[in-house]
Design a protein around this ligand. Structure first.
Ligand SMILES: [Fe+2]
Ligand SMILES: [Fe+2]
Length: 474
């Protein structure tokens, strides 16, 4: 169990290391300043029905109750140590997992932790205004839950920086509170985390697509030979599952509502669908295309010597590394990657070590496809002959082999001009954004009520009814 009488709740015996404890207690008010500044807008006084971690055991770690968000007990929780754990891949395979940072990998490891840590506050910043247009109290509570947990994920990475990287780590921890999503001078590190999340359809897409990138990155880091990183990522993954649930069910509820209205009024044309105050399926497809393409860029270049180094040195593994049936060293192995050659997309094998990013991206796409198939099941059940599709992975890419190419969602290589001519068919246009925002101009906060453009969920949070007061305004 976690001791909540401590100033910084933790299960890492923080009190034993006074210097570290003081450093983190010094960072804590700076973190709260950031939260007041960049956390959910006008939320300070709200009482929110949140879950808080009370233990790191797989079952029953969460406790539910009303909390004012600035009083949320952000803390440091690592999965318990396995004394026998080893480095499971790369050139150090078979040696005991590291409990301290290996000197020669110090700067690489710090970079990996900072890059992960930077995404956590970024998403809170991206979502900070959405409370003002929430479709229900249930959804408002969910976005706040996601936000406080992203804040905790920042704590998780900052603990590692303070505990294992000395002065450099403390400086990095400060910088994590200084960068701002979308800021021209001091942006967040990764592209997708500087894109705006202007409306709730974008929010659900973000938590489905981009939080799932988070899951795959955390899974790869949970394999790390640096044991404290692996243990902290394992616990973060238990929280990430809820974020993806919010995204998948959010889009599913929008699809359900749109299909109901289409059937009730026997309309198909997008403009007729829009006139009834719900989001047409074509616009949902365009949002999907956007979020999928900017998110798969986050996995990095198809062929990457950095990724090879992370793997070889045992710092970052593959998805479910220990269950893969190979030598976990990959000296002679190959992996297929795609590129444009002679006006066509061709696939060729490259050394598997340099294709580590591409492999993680493919694992991710496989899981995403399963979610899209579940969404299509809703449309099918409603008897509507429309199906959502994932665009080709070369579509709208800014990083890797497809950057600078003009690939259609079907995977055709086009000229820049013909791609641009069809852009608004494939990606949300200014008019699409204006329409979606027009639907979400106000908020719905009466218990049990839902905005017209979204169906209620199947069940409430923690077995509470749908008309439960998930957020109290007082
Ligand atoms: Fe996170
Ligand atoms: Fe998340």
């Amino acid at each position: 169990m976690i001791d909540y009488t401590e100033k910084i709740p933790n299960n890492v015996d923080l009190g034993r290391d006074r210097v570290l404890q003081r450093a983190l207690e010094h960072w804590q008010p700076a973190y709260l300043d950031w939260w007041y500044d960049m956390g959910p807008d006008e939320s300070k006084e709200l009482e929110v029905y949140l879950r808080t971690a009370i233990s790191v055991e797989p079952d029953g770690w969460a406790q539910f109750g009303y909390v004012k968000m600035p009083e949320y007990r952000w803390g440091i929780f690592l999965q318990p140590r396995d004394q026998n754990r080893q480095v499971n891949f790369g050139i150090h395979k078979g040696t005991p997992a590291w409990q301290e940072v290996p000197g020669e990998y110090r700067s690489t490891l710090r970079r990996v932790i900072v890059t992960q840590g930077d995404t956590e506050p970024a998403s809170v910043e991206q979502q900070r205004l959405l409370g003002g247009s929430c479709p229900s109290l249930y959804d408002l509570r969910n976005i706040f839950q996601v936000n406080v947990e992203e804040g905790r994920h920042l704590w998780a990475m900052v603990y590692l920086l303070h505990r294992y990287f000395g002065r450099d780590g403390r400086e990095e921890a400060e910088s994590l509170l200084e960068r701002r999503s979308g800021d021209a001078d001091n942006p967040r590190i990764l592209g997708a985390f500087n894109e705006p999340t202007p409306d709730w359809l974008a929010f659900y897409m973000f938590t489905f697509f981009t939080d799932r990138d988070g899951k795959f990155q955390l899974c790869a880091l949970a394999e790390s030979g640096f044991d404290p990183l692996a243990r902290t990522c394992r616990f973060m993954l238990t929280e990430e599952a809820h974020h993806m649930f919010v995204g998948e069910t959010g889009v599913a509820r929008i699809l359900q509502r749109t299909c109901e209205v289409m059937n009730e009024h026997k309309v198909e044309d997008p403009s007729d669908v829009r006139a009834l105050g719900v989001i047409d399926l074509q616009t949902i497809q365009r949002y999907l295309n956007f979020h999928f393409s900017v998110t798969i860029d986050l996995f990095g270049s198809d062929a990457s010597s950095n990724a090879a180094t992370y793997f070889t040195t045992g710092l970052k593994g593959r998805y479910e590394e220990t269950t893969i049936d190979d030598d976990h060293v990959l000296k002679d192995a190959e992996y297929p990657v795609s590129e444009v050659s002679g006006g066509k997309i061709v696939t060729r094998n490259i050394p598997a070590l340099t294709a580590i990013n591409e492999r993680l991206r493919d694992d991710y796409i496989h899981e995403i496809q399963a979610g899209v198939t579940r969404w299509n099941g809703i449309i099918e059940k409603n008897g509507i002959p429309f199906r959502l599709t994932l665009p080709h992975k070369g579509f709208h890419r800014a990083i890797g082999n497809f950057a600078g190419q003009h690939i259609s969602p079907e995977g055709d290589v086009l000229s820049e001009e013909s791609w641009n001519n069809r852009r608004d068919k494939w990606l949300p246009s200014a008019a699409d954004h204006a329409f979606v925002e027009s639907l979400m101009s106000g908020r719905v906060i009466e218990p049990g009520k839902f905005a017209n453009w979204i169906a209620p969920p199947i069940r409430g949070i923690n077995q509470q009814p749908l008309n439960f007061e998930y957020v109290r305004f007082n």
